[in-house]
Design a protein around this ligand. Structure first.
Ligand SMILES: [Zn+2]
Length: 302
């Protein structure tokens, strides 16, 4: 009799959608399902709600003759150094101070939890075959400005688990940040900053995915790009990375100004190096990237 195929359940929790996918040993994905995050994680015990959702998903989608090997989940959250507990989640009020691994213990498989951007960088490092002997920097520009760092092929977690909060470097922007501090650079350069400006200037029906194509030369856009360059150049000057991955939905928009961003980063990067030898990588973005990264994380730690 054949051994049952071992599958990892990957979960990617975003502010709007929660995605579940089964991943096989070749990192192929099976049975993608999308749920509404706020509905799925509602109530006083969001992890119990998540467990319910997983139970239903597995009942309907786990193929006969296969078995669950692990659960691996990425959250847009501060994750504690124990890599089990979510400390805080900006866009999902229910996800605060919750031990996800304990909450999912009924499935009797190892549960792996990390920041969503760390999962993305794991996948990007694998598909781009990044050299593990040095540092990697991943900047993921979506609703917020996400960042993941790796040193010697290992994701840098930091003492409390929250290293890589690039969006919260102080930049005297004059704006209050969702984290409680004033002047974080994310207040001027995240995707939702762009959405806010476009909506205020042109009305709520203006298509955000055409922001660069229609408004790329306007002063507000140049300011947005300049703050982004400042954030990325700061991380480059600290890390001297072998690779800089630029991901997330915003750089995928029509006419995203890659050359202009590079020029601005180079103006702020230390000479002669790393400025003389800098490459920004823009790998294609797909819905399951973070989930495959989560499966890689689970396999590395099994
Ligand atoms: Zn902040």
């Amino acid at each position: 009799m054949n051994e049952p195929e071992a599958l990892i359940l990957g979960i990617d929790c975003g502010g709007t959608h929660l995605r579940m996918v089964l991943v096989n040993s070749e990192y192929q994905v099976i049975a993608a399902r999308v749920y509404k995050t706020q509905e799925t994680l509602k109530g006083m015990d969001p992890v119990a709600e998540l467990a319910n959702c997983i139970r239903h998903y597995l009942h309907r989608n786990l193929p006969e003759g296969s078995k669950l090997e692990a659960i691996a989940a990425g959250f847009p959250s501060m994750v504690a150094a124990d890599r089990q507990t979510i400390i805080d989640t900006t866009f999902i009020p229910s996800l605060q101070n919750i031990n996800v691994c304990k909450g999912l213990s009924e499935f009797n498989v190892p549960v792996f939890v990390d920041r969503d951007v760390n999962m993305l960088l794991r996948y990007d490092a694998k598909r781009l075959e990044l050299d593990p002997s040095n540092a990697w920097l991943g900047c993921y520009i979506g609703t917020g400005l996400g960042c993941a760092l790796a040193v010697d092929g290992k994701i840098l977690a930091g003492r409390h688990g929250v290293a890589g909060e690039l969006g919260h470097i102080p930049a005297r922007t004059g704006l209050h940040c969702g984290c409680g501090n004033d002047g974080c650079i994310e207040t001027k350069t995240a995707g939702n900053t762009l959405t806010g400006i476009i909506s205020a200037e042109y009305g709520p029906d203006e298509p955000i995915d055409q922001a660069f194509a229609r408004h790329g030369s306007e002063p507000f856009m140049r300011e947005w790009l300049d703050y982004l360059a400042q954030a990325i150049a700061t991380a480059i000057n600290l890390l001297d990375p072998t690779a800089v991955v630029i991901g997330g939905g915003v750089p995928q928009m029509t006419d995203f100004p890659k050359d202009d961003l590079m020029d601005r980063i180079l103006r702020m990067t230390r000479k002669p190096v790393p400025a003389d030898d800098l490459t920004l990588l823009y790998p294609p973005v797909k819905a399951d990237d973070g989930i495959i990264g989560a499966a890689i994380y689970a396999r590395q730690h099994r």
